[in-house]
Design a protein around this ligand. Sequence first.
Ligand code: HEC
Length: 249
Amino acid sequence: MTVRATLLTLGLAFNVAALAQHAGGGALPMEPANTDVSDLAALQRGAKYFVNYCFGCHSAQYVRYNRLGADLGLTDAQLVENIMFTGERPFDMMTNAMTDEDAAAWFGIAPPDLSLIARSRGTDYLYNFLRGFYQDDTALSGANNLWLENTAMPHVLWELQGVRRAVFVDRDVDGVVVPTFEHFEPVIPGTLSEAEYDGFVRDIVTFLDYIGEPMQLERRALGVRVIGFLLVFLLIAYMLKREIWKDVD
Ligand code: HEC
């Protein structure tokens, strides 16, 4: 491809992205997920919620159960009781039984593997996506999502969050009238309060963040140690330099 063609393609891609933003009614404010992967209790809860609410459709095929147990501080007994329900072995990967063909037949699209989703989408997106479902009777599953329009994913957490209606108002964006999200209205209350639901979702996102890079805690700890070593070494090198040069200066 020539440089000109590449530039043109890039320009087009930017335009399309800008249009997509417009179609969504401009940038919706995304709330920060504020997850903390070093929070072991949140990780343990997140793992449990994940297998109970997500694993039926989504796999996490790069995650091995026993690695999970070790990282999350779970004994084998706790692992079997809370995470492994269908007779898997500890060294198995977290694959699920749903075939892509079945999934495509049921949902029109296979639910993606979630091992790396936090890395491809970012934790803020996941946090907002899981809080962005609303009632839509025209959708096959009865639900739509603010962040993934016409998503094939049903609102699997509706009993916890409750059912909500989204209110859109028409806004003029550069001469084009675009329906813009304004607020949610409760239809059926959920079993959790809004703050509790946010916490629930945050735990799942924390878990997804962790499985996206199980090494990240070790990596950070190692980074701190390496910087510490370099600082100490800098001091030693500086003292050595002064010692060696003191007669010359
Ligand atoms: C009943 C099946 C089902 C369950 C249960 C389910 N999902 Fe999904 N999920 C889907 C399908 C189908 C898609 C593909 C949606 C699409 O692309 O429109 C999807 C897509 C996603 C995506 C990708 C969104 C994107 O931007 O592409 C994420 C993230 C996700 N699901 C997270 C979860 C989490 C977390 C849970 C557990 C709380 C969960 N899902 C439970 C069916 C399910």
